[in-house]
Design a protein around this ligand. Structure first.
Ligand code: ADP
Ligand code: ASP
Ligand code: MG
Length: 424
């Protein structure tokens, strides 16, 4: 007997038929004698609709910020998961399975006060463990918890993954299965590269980079938690027949295992390619080249919660002036330009330029640590396709390249095949 946390994403619970199908997956594990807790997302499209309503309210009531009260944003957008947790509990009961729904506040899942992007601080798993021991399935609303102000807090988009891994850690589950609309983690998004291959295993660090650099198959924070708490996490499909052979395999279920790198025997140099759209580039021209300039630029941006990513600095030949170029999410450009304008004198630049609609493509692999020439291969492959590189950043296990938006898919496909990742 094992203890298993099963998480089902939006497309897996998109309507009543799919919810019934999810109940069959749960029944399989219950019938095998396992203790089960389930985490659900809202029906696909629901959270977007709810967010749209909240963003629409300022136009109606005249407030000037889209999220003018983040606590009410949370009260609204958390409701999608409340619905699916109840519906799944009903579907399970209809199959004679003892089940009940739990909202974040009922467990409780304690979060910090960052409404809209809260972090889980603590989960009291004792009630759930007790009920599971009595044979009851806990159906938990993902994406939500209870803030220090005693109000509902949501975990940021895609946050149900994080709910699931955090609950798995809290109840000391043997496994956390993330069921979604693809049957595992692929070498790149299988929706844009049909040649992508499914990975049997991927190291925590690589998955962390893939997720941070745009692969939305798992929320970044869920991977961090899985890594820290050593949660055995599988990504697998809810669309396969719940009773197909092997689906109930305890140690090797179908899908991709996220694990420690030493569990991976045949480590490739490059494991995957990720991409992130809607990046923007801002350049400050002719800055004085003196100590404190970077602090004068990036301090105020950080205070305004603007997430700066790639940073490139060029120094003029005589060493007196420099150009600073950096990237921010496209949605933050106007805010960033405003902040830079307000600090123009302190920073001391000549002009500011910006360009939106850029894409960051990234090559990821732990094998890069011990191999030279990985970056050169990417640069040559992109050059051969006439794709211009605007900025580059690297770390031990990744290379990120900024390019023009329209070249995104071509660049991802090109990089995917130049490292031999295409399936035959
Ligand atoms: P859910 O609603 O189940 O949480 P998401 O839409 O959040 O599902 O995540 C699954 C999607 O992630 C897939 O449909 C796929 O298009 C996308 N994706 C991006 N990169 C990858 C990748 N490397 N491997 C698998 N899926 C990926
Ligand atoms: N429903 C939430 C979202 O769409 C959380 C999730 O699906 O993980 O972001
Ligand atoms: Mg998701």
């Amino acid at each position: 007997m094992a203890r298993i946390v099963m998480k089902f994403g939006g497309t897996s619970v998109a309507d009543l038929d799919r919810i019934k199908n999810v109940a069959r997956h749960v029944k399989r594990e219950v019938d095998a004698g396992h203790e089960v807790a389930v985490v659900v997302s809202a029906m696909s499209g629901k959270t977007n609709e709810l967010v749209g309503w909240v963003q629409g309210t300022p136009k109606v009531v005249g407030a000037n910020s889209p999220f003018y009260d983040a606590r009410e944003y949370d009260a609204v957008v958390a409701s999608g998961e409340q619905v699916t947790s109840g519906l799944l509990a009903i579907a399970l009961q209809a199959m004679d399975i003892n089940a009940r729904s739990w909202q974040g506040w009922q467990i409780p899942i304690r979060t910090d006060n960052a409404h809209g992007a809260a972090r889980i601080l603590e989960i009291d798993g004792s009630d759930i463990i007790k009920r599971m021991g009595e044979g009851q399935v806990a159906v938990i609303a993902g994406f939500q918890g209870l803030g220090p102000d005693n109000r509902i807090a949501t975990l940021g988009r895609g946050g149900s993954d994080t709910s699931a891994v955090a609950i798995a850690a809290a109840v000391k589950a043997d496994r956390c299965d993330i069921y979604t609309d693809v049957d595992g983690v692929y070498t790149t998004d299988p929706r844009i590269v049909p040649q992508a291959r499914r990975l049997k295993k991927i190291a925590f660090e690589e998955m962390l980079e893939m997720a941070s650099l745009g692969a939305k198959v798992l929320q970044v924070r869920s991977v961090e938690l899985a890594m820290v708490h050593k949660v055995r996490t599988f990504v697998r499909s809810s669309f396969e027949d719940p009773d197909a052979p092997g689906m109930g395999d305890l140690l090797n279920p179908p899908g991709t295992l996220i694990c420690d790198e030493d569990e991976i025997v045949e480590q490739e140099v490059v494991t995957g390619i990720a991409y992130a759209k809607d990046e923007a580039q801002i350049s400050l021209r002719r800055l004085a080249d003196r100590p404190g300039v970077s602090a004068a630029i990036f301090g105020p941006l950080a205070e305004s919660h603007i997430n700066v990513d790639m940073i490139v600095q060029n120094i003029s030949e005589d060493g007196s002036k420099t150009d600073m170029t950096f990237t921010v999410p496209s949605g933050d450009v106007d805010k960033a330009i405003k902040v830079l304008g307000e600090n123009k004198e302190k920073i001391g630049y000549d002009v500011v330029q910006n360009e939106s609609g850029l894409v960051k493509v990234s090559v990821i692999g732990i094998g890069m640590r011990s191999h030279a020439g990985v970056a050169a291969t990417a640069f040559k492959a992109l050059a051969d396709k006439g794709i211009n590189i605007k900025a580059i950043t690297t770390s031990e296990i990744k290379i990120s390249i900024l390019i023009d938006g329209p070249y995104a898919e071509l660049a991802v496909r090109t990089l995917h095949s130049c490292y031999g990742l295409d399936k035959n």
